[in-house]
Design a protein around this ligand. Structure first.
Ligand SMILES: Nc1ncnc2c1ncn2[C@@H]1O[C@H](COP(=O)(O)OP(=O)(O)OP(=O)(O)O)[C@@H](O)[C@H]1O
Ligand SMILES: [Mg+2]
Length: 171
């Protein structure tokens, strides 16, 4: 039985907020985790993945893995497998790719992964990025499985805690 959580929204006014939010996620990722990113072209999926890599202690340059479909990045902790699902038609095609890595020993982030990557793990964190006219973004988080249900409830406050101090005096 898949546990579907309530969707949680995080406002990301600037690119730096998206990177910082990614860092919060990356700091929580362990081997076997699966993060499925969705959102239109330019929504910020790769930007979020850059932050995730930083949070995982990875110093590689993260780019869209467009020409290779998947890249593995190694850091202090679990490797990050970054997959671009844009041209993958369905889950079977994803299975056919030899990702050349034991996914249970890595954290896996799949751009355009909705509907194709779910079978890579029993649980997943889904993040949809919405781009607004003013270039701000909203991340809509949903958990498939128990592991992420509690975590996504805490992520928005973790992000605001790292954000700029409120304008009012501390009182
Ligand atoms: N608040 C923001 N959050 C994320 N990106 C932002 C924000 N404001 C501006 N940007 C810019 O938007 C672009 C997002 O591009 P990015 O490659 O991350 O999108 P993507 O969803 O991965 O696109 P694609 O579908 O082509 O893979 C970047 O150039 C980034 O600098
Ligand atoms: Mg991208």
């Amino acid at each position: 039985v898949v546990v579907e959580s309530q969707a949680v929204r995080v406002e990301l006014p600037r690119l730096s907020d998206t990177l910082a939010f990614g860092e919060e996620i990356g700091a929580r990722l362990i081997a076997g985790d699966l993060v499925i990113l969705s959102g239109d072209l330019g929504a910020g999926k790769t930007a979020l993945t850059k932050g995730i890599a930083v949070g995982m202690g990875i110093t590689d340059l993260i780019t869209s893995p467009t020409f290779v479909i998947a890249r593995v990045h190694y850091g202090d902790r679990a490797p990050l497998v970054h997959v671009d699902g844009y041209r993958i038609g369905d889950a079977l095609e994803l299975d056919d790719l030899d990702l050349d890595t034991d996914l249970t020993r890595a954290a896996v982030v799949v751009e355009w992964g909705d509907g194709i990557a779910e079978q890579l793990a029993s649980e997943s964190l889904h993040i949809k990025l919405i781009r607004h006219l003013d270039d701000s973004r909203t991340a809509v988080l949903a958990a498939a499985g128990i592991r992420w249900t509690a975590a996504i409830a805490q992520l928005p406050s973790a992000v605001s805690a790292t954000g700029p101090a409120p304008a009012e005096g501390a009182g």
